[in-house]
Structure formats: structure tokens, C-alpha cells
Design a protein. Structure first.
Length: 263
């Protein structure tokens, strides 16, 4: 078995180049050839040749101070990966393998400007009070899926998103102003998911969490909605566990690196 595994090893030059790209991607500052040589335990001349090749291929950029950062060609691969990987199909496949919580509606939405567009949903036998259909659009500030996505943006980005006007609240519990929304997002950033209590529809409480893409940026969001009167402490913990398990699984399938996630 060990001999077979050794025969399956990658080409050394490719393996070393990939290692350099991984180091550059996760470094907290720009690194020089000497620093990369120490990190990889490779001769400086080898690292120099590899970096020069990666620069020519657009996989690295050499800065004026002779340090390196990731190159634009990697973004083409990332975009191609996103195009070829269908988050809705992966969502459906995951839910086909597990039960939907009682009286819950589980939905998947993607951000589009200041809205969330729902593209898939699963519903338990008793979950009829909140209906989600593909194509449904809701203002991001008032729905758990949207708040989860907005919480990953800076306050500046959120202000810019609604520079032309803030949407009309859906209920009397919706964040009524941009300032209220920013305060809500600040609280959401303290945990891995958002709780939206009757801000989208009276009588419905929802939890939301993001699905990350291969750049560890929000690609979509999963939301679990239940009748507000059923949302006890025990139910909250159960739903949060299910939600985070699903979004982490989806994020990994979309290429996210959750082990090296920052922030």
C-alpha cells in the first residue's frame, strides 16, 4: 500500500509550486524569495525559479520591493469553479440525505444588489405558514439570509449598497433605518449565524448563515424558518446546529477553505 501511495505522488515541481501559492495565499504580509525558501525548506535558487515561472503564468505578481502576491490568473480559475459548481444542486443533494426540522422551511438564496433571490427550498409536512418559491425576492435587510450576507460586508459597503435609498420595512419589527440595520449587523458579526425574529413576516422566526465560495466570500445563504411560538431555547440550538452543519458542508463543496478562514 505504501509503495502504491508513493507511486501516486505528484510531480515535485508542481507540488512545490502549489505549496508556494498556498503560503502566499495565507501569509499575513507579502513575502520575499528568502522568506518563501525558509517556509518551504527549499533552496533559494529553486524558489526563485518557481516564483519567476509563476509570475510569467500570471499566478503570482512580483511587487517593486521583490515580495509576492497572488496573480490574476487564479481569479479566472476561481470564477470558472463557481460557474461549474451548482450551489442549488448541492443544496438539494444535502437535504435529500436528511430530515427537515418539524414545521420548518429551509431555503437557499443568493444576493443580488440589496435583495435576496431564493433559488431553492425544502419544506416539512407542517411548514405552511411561510412559503418560499424559486424566484422570490426579499429586501436583504429584513430577512435572515440577507442579513447573514450583509454581515460579511463592511459598514461602508452596506452604506454604499443602499446609497440610493433604504427599502420600506416589511413589519414593525424590521430595522427601520440604515443606522438600525448597521447596529443589527454589528451584533450578527459576533456569531456565525443571524436570528431574524418577525422582521420579514409576522409570526415567523428565521435563522440564516452564509455559504462561502472558493475565495471565502459569500456566495449564497441558507435560511431555516419556523413559527415564532415554536422558537424556544432548545429549538434554537437544534436549528443553529443543523444550519451551520449544512452551510459548512455547502461551503466546502463550493471550494471554501474554512480552516484558514479569517475574520
Amino acid at each position: 500500500m505504501e509503495q502504491e501511495q508513493n507511486q501516486q505522488k505528484l510531480v515535485p515541481a508542481v507540488e512545490r509550486a502549489a505549496g508556494i501559492l498556498d503560503i502566499v495565499a495565507t501569509a499575513k504580509r507579502y513575502l520575499t524569495v528568502s522568506e518563501l525558501a525558509r517556509e518551504t525548506a527549499l533552496p533559494k535558487s529553486t524558489v526563485h525559479n518557481l516564483c519567476s515561472t509563476l509570475v510569467q503564468l500570471g499566478l503570482l505578481i512580483r511587487r517593486p520591493d521583490q515580495t509576492y502576491l497572488l496573480g490574476p490568473h487564479l481569479l479566472r480559475w476561481s470564477n470558472a469553479f463557481d460557474r461549474q459548481t451548482d450551489v442549488a444542486a448541492e443544496f438539494a443533494a444535502l437535504w435529500d440525505q436528511r430530515d427537515i426540522p418539524h414545521e420548518a422551511v429551509v431555503s437557499l438564496g443568493i444576493p443580488e444588489k440589496g435583495e435576496i433571490v431564493f433559488i431553492a427550498a425544502r419544506q416539512s409536512a407542517g411548514g405552511h405558514r411561510f412559503s418560499v418559491r424559486p424566484g422570490l425576492r426579499l429586501p436583504a435587510p429584513f430577512v435572515a439570509a440577507g442579513q447573514a450576507v450583509l454581515a460579511h460586508a463592511s459598514d461602508y459597503e452596506v452604506r454604499r449598497l443602499f446609497a440610493d435609498g433604504y427599502p420600506k420595512p416589511l413589519t414593525d419589527r424590521s430595522p427601520g433605518t440604515l443606522a438600525e440595520l448597521l447596529a443589527t449587523l454589528a451584533d450578527i458579526r459576533k456569531r456565525d449565524y443571524t436570528i431574524e425574529e418577525e422582521q420579514c413576516q409576522a409570526g415567523i422566526t428565521s435563522l440564516g448563515a452564509v455559504v462561502l465560495n472558493s475565495l471565502n466570500r459569500p456566495l449564497a445563504a441558507v435560511m431555516i424558518s419556523v413559527p415564532a411560538e415554536l422558537f424556544s431555547g432548545a429549538v434554537r440550538e437544534e436549528l443553529a446546529e443543523v444550519l451551520l452543519d449544512i452551510t459548512r458542508s455547502l461551503s466546502r463543496r463550493m471550494g471554501a477553505d474554512l480552516d484558514n478562514r479569517r475574520g
